[in-house]
Design a protein. Structure first.
Length: 286
């Protein structure tokens, strides 16, 4: 397959925030987008919005690429019950936020000739559902691929090209274990901190009258899809617990410096945070 996506039939399974965003951006790229959603009304709304060309399940047979924007359980259920709806030899991919231990389950359900390239676009926005879809969320994002030995190199290359066509800048490839470890720190822990800040006993009805950019930025991701993130936290439980322990150690170090009025230790703590932040942004920038 070539990596020109214009007029290419692509299916998006699950038309929530992420699925809708994929559909919108893929349509902008000129793809023939086929949408499928468990709730028919949502699929029809996507059709009315013009971000998909078809919601007829019969057209799934045309899709050369199938993107699962569903929880892992939903992806496995679709493969178990409806794999015969898909084109023989189609390349499948996903967006699931936790990867370790899922590949054997996926592999077991794949029909002969189909390849499934695990992926995780590191992007999103507050809220949930099709109404929150935004095709621009892929712009300059990190789009992680998790290759397995069964994946064909040309199919990995195609999904990488798709990621870049969507707007991604970095497309790293890592093992599923490394992915989940990184994500526990860079995604799970920030969501835990944001939710904990909002659930603090210090919160009052009038808190919003006393916030600035720092509190707004720190709590942005607390506008959360509770069911989705409950599943993600439980799926990556051990690694998120380890990151919570590490974060607590860092916070205790800061607390000790403050309790003892150790100005030098406080300054060193903040200066090192500043250095790491700048290093991270510089390393990840264009």
């Amino acid at each position: 397959m070539n990596s020109d996506f214009k007029n290419r039939p692509v299916a998006v399974i699950g038309l929530g925030l992420m699925g809708g965003s994929f559909a919108e951006r893929l349509t902008e790229l000129g793809c023939f987008v086929i949408g499928f959603n468990r709730t028919v009304e949502t699929a029809e709304r996507a059709l009315t919005m013009g971000i998909v060309k078809s919601v007829d399940p019969e057209n799934l047979k045309k899709a050369e690429i199938v993107i699962f924007c569903t929880p892992v359980k939903g992806t496995l259920a679709f493969l178990r019950d409806h794999a015969d709806w898909l084109k023989a030899g189609a390349i499948l991919t996903d967006i699931a936020g936790v990867k370790d231990h899922t590949w054997p389950l996926i592999r077991e359900l794949l029909p002969p000739g189909m390849d499934f390239v695990q992926a995780h676009p590191m992007c999103g926005r507050e809220g949930a559902g099709l109404s929150q879809a935004d095709g621009t969320i892929f712009r300059d994002c990190n789009y992680v691929l998790i290759p397995e030995k069964e994946n064909k190199p040309e199919n990995l290359a195609l999904i990488a090209a798709l990621a870049r066509a969507l707007g991604a800048w970095h497309v790293p490839q890592v093992t599923s274990e490394a992915h989940d470890r990184f994500i526990a720190y860079t995604s799970g822990l920030p969501h835990a901190v944001a939710a904990s800040l909002m659930n603090s006993e210090s919160y009052e009805k009038d808190t919003g009258m006393f916030i600035g950019g720092s509190f707004t930025d720190a709590t942005r991701v607390a506008d959360i899809n509770g069911r989705l993130w409950t599943s993600l936290f439980l799926s990556n439980r051990d690694k998120i617990l380890a990151e919570m322990d590490s974060f607590q150690e860092s916070l205790c170090k800061l607390r000790k410096a403050l309790e003892t009025e150790d100005a030098e230790a406080l300054c060193e703590f903040f200066t090192e945070a500043k250095r790491r932040r700048r290093e991270m942004i510089h390393h990840g920038s264009r």
